[in-house]
Design a protein around this ligand. Structure first.
Ligand SMILES: [Zn+2]
Length: 473
């Protein structure tokens, strides 16, 4: 059937084009404010045409819409449209007609198919709303409502979405549900308390959750996550190429917090209890902040790089943690605490990975050495011992360094064998007393021989320790 000359171009639409446009007021993309009354009048006709039948005529439906709030009663029309009303492919403007939605609220569920919206709030009536393949152009806010439910399926939110339970009793409200939706901007949830999975296969760019209780939180491609004073009853999974911000503050994650991301720029975990943590293949591009964190279960930080250091001294791990293939950039050791190295060392020790444990032991010692000062008298003996350990074997990490010291010492002593700065009678006498074996010490240069003997004993001991560190099972 061919279209009338002035008929709207949209398939199946019988309304006239608006002048200057090729579509009717219901299907034009962005109408002026002055066209809004016409839009809602046309929408009433749309319903009347679509739902008129032998039980309930077009005129009866239209006359129902003409009634005011006071005049309305449970009429034939309301009974007729009890189940649901479906809107197909309608472009809703920025302004909501309060009276129109009020009348709709007397009907059953409202289904929106392939519609688009420019208004900013979901009307607070008791209908259940179903949105299928809809687009929301502006910020959209929804408030908890005890009776109605809202379902979003394959919808696109081009701007922010906010759900606010407000002061209503958390347990009374019915929660929204999202399936295969995409959120291009920020999703904000406040005061939500739900046992069901809120988001299924959704793509959320940014999310902020405040004072809420959620069952689980699966997030993919999300670059900004804020969890404030909230509880996640099972797991929180976060996987994204880049995470610009991950803030978990004053919260409780009763399951696993699992994070996988090539770049994490800002990370703050504060005042939070978690069951377990998993960071896998993560790169912390800046220093992650932990404070007052308790992890009760077994955790793993694997194949993860901390480019700006790591400080775990305010994290309490009540169970084992695995740090396999984790790298903490040495260049920024100032950020990494001794306690962090100790925790990592202990973790490797507990699984019998002695070689890795020794590596972190050396880092722990380096840190301890930095913490001691040459200027404090009480620090000097320990600092000297650590300094010696450091230059001769790097705390047992470099056996070849000790070998160089042995060979170098032997060469120097050989070259300068004619010089003996200790050749005094008193010193030689003392040395003879300390080691009373004439065969070893001979009759001359006793003190020099004793010192040489002691020096090589120390170096050989260093070498044995360093070799054991590298080969011990
Ligand atoms: Zn049309």
């Amino acid at each position: 059937m061919s279209k009338r000359k002035n008929q709207c171009l949209v398939q199946g639409c019988d309304f006239d084009k608006d002048s200057g446009f090729n579509k009717c007021v219901l299907h034009r993309n962005n109408i002026d404010l002055r066209d809004i009354p016409k839009f809602y009048r046309t929408l009433e006709e749309y319903i009347a045409i679509k739902y008129a039948s032998h039980k309930c005529s077009y005129e009866q439906i239209i006359s129902y819409f003409k009634k005011t709030r006071d005049e309305y009663s449970d009429s034939l029309v309301v009974n007729h449209l009890t189940n649901k009303i479906t809107f197909d492919n309608i472009r809703f403007p920025s302004e909501i007609s309060g009276p129109f939605f009020y009348l709709l609220s007397k009907f059953g569920n409202i289904v929106f198919d392939f519609c688009s919206f420019r208004f900013r709030i979901i009307p607070e009536y008791q209908n259940d709303y179903f949105f299928y393949s809809c687009t929301f152009y502006n910020d959209i806010a929804e408030f908890a409502f005890p009776i109605r439910e809202t379902h979003y399926d394959s919808c696109l939110f081009k701007n922010n979405y906010t759900y606010n339970a407000g002061t209503r009793n958390l347990r009374q409200s019915k929660d929204p549900e999202f399936n295969s939706c995409a959120f291009n901007e920020l999703v904000t949830l406040k005061g939500l308390n739900t046992d069901k999975t809120l988001f299924t296969q959704c793509e959320i760019k940014q999310i902020s959750i405040e004072s809420s209780v959620l069952d689980s939180l699966p997030l993919f491609f999300t670059s900004k996550v804020i969890l404030l004073n909230s509880t996640i009853k099972s797991s929180c999974t976060l996987s994204a190429n880049t995470i610009n911000l991950l803030d978990i503050i004053g919260s409780n994650i009763q399951g696993l917090l699992s994070v996988e991301s090539e770049n994490i720029y800002n990370f703050n975990l504060k005042g939070t209890t978690l069951n377990s943590v998993s960071f896998n293949n993560c790169n912390f591009t800046s220093f992650p902040h932990f404070s007052n964190v308790t992890v009760t279960g077994a955790s793993s930080i694997q194949r993860t790089k901390f480019f700006d250091g790591l400080c775990l001294k305010s994290v309490t791990f009540l169970n084992d943690v695995s740090f396999l293939d984790t790298v903490i950039n040495d260049q920024f050791q100032n950020n990494t605490s001794r306690e962090t190295y100790r925790i990592i060392k202990h973790s490797f020790d507990s699984i019998g990975n002695t070689i890795e444990a020794n590596k972190y032991f050396a880092l722990e010692m380096r840190k301890a050495y930095e913490e001691l000062s040459w200027k404090k008298v009480k620090d000097i003996p320990d600092k000297f011992l650590m300094w010696f350990n450091k230059i001769t074997s790097d705390y047992g990490q470099k056996w070849w360094l000790t070998v160089i010291w042995i060979l170098g010492s032997a060469l120097l002593i050989h070259l300068f064998s004619s010089i003996d700065p200790f050749n005094f009678e008193v010193l030689n006498g003392m040395a003879s007393v300390i080691i009373p074996y004439k065969e070893i010490i001979g009759e001359s240069h006793q003190m020099s021989k004793l010192l040489t003997f002691a020096w090589f004993s120390i170096l050989l001991y260093q070498l044995i320790v360093a070799l054991k560190r590298k080969t011990r099972r």
